[in-house]
Design a protein around this ligand. Structure first.
Ligand SMILES: [Zn+2]
Ligand SMILES: [Zn+2]
Length: 146
């Protein structure tokens, strides 16, 4: 028996309604796939996973849907580094350690990073509404395989 995806969280329906985004089976599945992901997936990765459920879906639909989701704020984009866009399902404040070799992004929480003081120099540019610390390095898997 095929296990059906449970319905998305209420926030999905609320935000879509608020922004006039129609609820379609495609959008539901794409959203679910991002929320399930633990790897900050690229649009391509989301597309491949979505296609297993909706075999006719196009990459373009997935890509455009992901961008609409980031516009209405139900998913986030990971800060970019000139590589493919990566999507962030976790709305809770957290920080990233990214491996510069395999591009894996590890999530971590740290109370003092959450409360990192904003330098005066930055204050003059505007109000800070989100703080994320990004650490870069080589993950333990990559350091082992030389
Ligand atoms: Zn690595
Ligand atoms: Zn993250």
């Amino acid at each position: 028996m095929k296990i059906m995806n449970p319905d998305p969280a209420p926030v999905f329906f609320e935000k879509c309604a608020q922004h006039g985004l129609k609820i379609t089976p495609q959008r539901k599945v794409i959203y679910q796939e991002v929320m399930k992901a633990k790897d900050h997936p690229t649009a391509d990765a989301v597309y491949k996973r979505t296609r297993k459920i909706l075999s006719n879906i196009s990459f373009d639909t997935v890509y455009r849907t992901l961008l609409s989701f980031t516009e209405i704020g139900i998913i986030n984009l990971v800060e970019g580094y000139g590589e493919q866009k990566r999507f962030e399902p976790d709305p809770a404040p957290h920080h990233h350690f990214r491996c510069i070799k395999c591009h894996t992004i590890f999530d971590f929480e740290n109370d003092s990073y959450d409360h990192i003081p904003v330098p005066d120099e930055v204050r003059k540019y505007g109000n800070v509404t989100n703080k994320r610390v990004v650490l870069e390095g080589i993950c333990s898997k990559c350091s082992k395989s030389k």
